[in-house]
Design a protein around this ligand. Sequence first.
Ligand SMILES: [Zn+2]
Length: 145
Amino acid sequence: MSNCTLCQTTGGQLLWENDLLRIIDAQDPQYPGFTRVIWKAHVAEMTDLLPAYQLMLMQNVLKIEMIQRDILQPDKINLAAFGNMVPHLHWHIIPRWRDDPHFPQPVWAAQPQADDHARDRQALRLQAIQARIPAYHAAIHSMMP
Ligand SMILES: [Zn+2]
């Protein structure tokens, strides 16, 4: 485990954790609110987890989704689990807006060219989301058991 990044670091700004999982803000400058729920042990697939742990993990993912809906009010929320790069099962919870830099593509897609008008809209959107991030983090702190 000594050279595993997610064993050595939290992988972002720690928002909440228990013995089994942690919730971090990915601190993506283009996508404020981009959050990950990371299983702490080396587990590759959801079906490697005991059913009770599968449920616990998904309940936490869905709590984050609900908090994003309440506080950030995105047009869409993207949930994704790849785990191709790290040996930790983790879920991405990404708030999306129709005027964000990649929409309707995934945030990992090549970024389309944006004209000045689109860039202005994206900058305004970014400011509006960033203004809500403290409330978003506070909600995660307070709503988790
Ligand atoms: Zn690890």
